[in-house]
Design a protein around this ligand. Structure first.
Ligand code: SF4
Length: 292
């Protein structure tokens, strides 16, 4: 059994490796600024699920230039996607969004754009703007879905339900924008069967891409308190490997896998510690897929 990683998809399309440059464009999130709640999702840390706090001090152009130089020096990279990652990257009026996205796209080495957001933070105007990039750029929206189960969305204080995702998904697909769904495995409200129901739904919807995360505990989050109070149990590495492989078996083989396992948490993550060795987990996933 095999899967189609984003790196392979981009290489097939652009005939060379394409690297993502992560951008913090100074957005916030309605689940933090009080519009929905002030406490945010239970797992979200101060950076809005973004690891580079220094970026916010730089302009978008500076972040792009710094990212391009670093990846060119390190890998000889020439082509890049601008990845708006921190917080909710459609959470501003459409005229401001246009300026923000176009500042990133004006660099001639940028061949694509990927915008991370919540499904309740898009509308026709915003999606029309983003779809105007489709003819000239690889264009993705990454929606934080996490799970199809409303009981789990409620548990994590997500502030929207599954139906909101499905509505946003259909509005987005209709415009030719590619959609990646972020999924969290190991939510304490779910067993394996629940998680695989998310796979079945995504397969039925034919989402273009999926990005996987294991539920992990970061400092200064509600999840940290729950973990320290022994209220939750996290997945063991072999459980994660098993569920990922079953999930991939259900998805169509051309689903583009943006990530199988998150890394970059080594310095601050509290648990599970096996996530610190991303390569070991990836090797185990690949080994199990071979067996399958
Ligand atoms: S939607 Fe994203 S940025 Fe907002 S609280 Fe949840 S994880 Fe954090």
């Amino acid at each position: 059994m095999d899967y189609y990683p984003l790196s392979a998809y981009l290489k097939d399309k652009f005939k060379e490796k394409v690297y993502k440059i992560t951008i913090d464009a100074g957005f916030t999130c309605p689940n933090r600024d009080g519009s929905i709640s002030t406490s945010g999702c239970v797992f979200c840390d101060d950076g809005g699920s973004f690891s580079n706090a220094h970026s916010r001090l730089l302009s978008i152009s500076q972040q792009i230039e710094t990212g391009i130089k670093a990846q060119h020096d390190r890998f000889g990279a020439n082509k890049f996607m601008a990845y708006f990652q921190a917080f909710t990257n459609t959470y501003k009026p459409v005229n401001e969004l246009e300026k923000i996205y176009k500042e990133a796209l004006k660099n001639p080495q940028i061949v694509g754009i990927s915008i991370g957001t919540r499904p309740d933070c898009v509308d026709d105007k915003k999606l029309d703007l983003i779809s105007s990039f489709v003819p000239n750029y690889e264009t993705w929206i990454e929606y934080g879905l996490q799970t199809i189960h409303d009981k789990s969305l409620k548990w994590m204080n997500r502030g929207h339900d599954y139906a909101t995702f499905e509505k946003a998904y259909l509005q987005t697909k209709r415009r030719g924008i590619k959609v990646c769904a972020h999924v969290i495995l190991g939510l304490p409200t779910e067993d394996k069967e629940d998680m695989l129901q998310t796979a079945e739904k995504l397969a039925k919807l034919k989402v273009d891409g999926v990005k996987f995360h294991a539920l992990c505990v970061m400092p200064n989050t509600k999840l940290e308190q729950m973990y320290k109070n022994n209220e939750i149990k996290l997945l063991e590495e072999d459980e994660y490997v098993d569920i990922i492989c079953e999930f991939l078996k259900i998805l169509p083989s051309d689903t583009i896998i943006h990530r199988l396992c998150a890394n970059g948490y080594a310095k601050t993550m509290i648990a599970p510690l096996w996530l610190n060795d991303k390569w070991s987990t990836l090797n185990k996933i690949n080994q199990k897929l071979k067996e399958l």
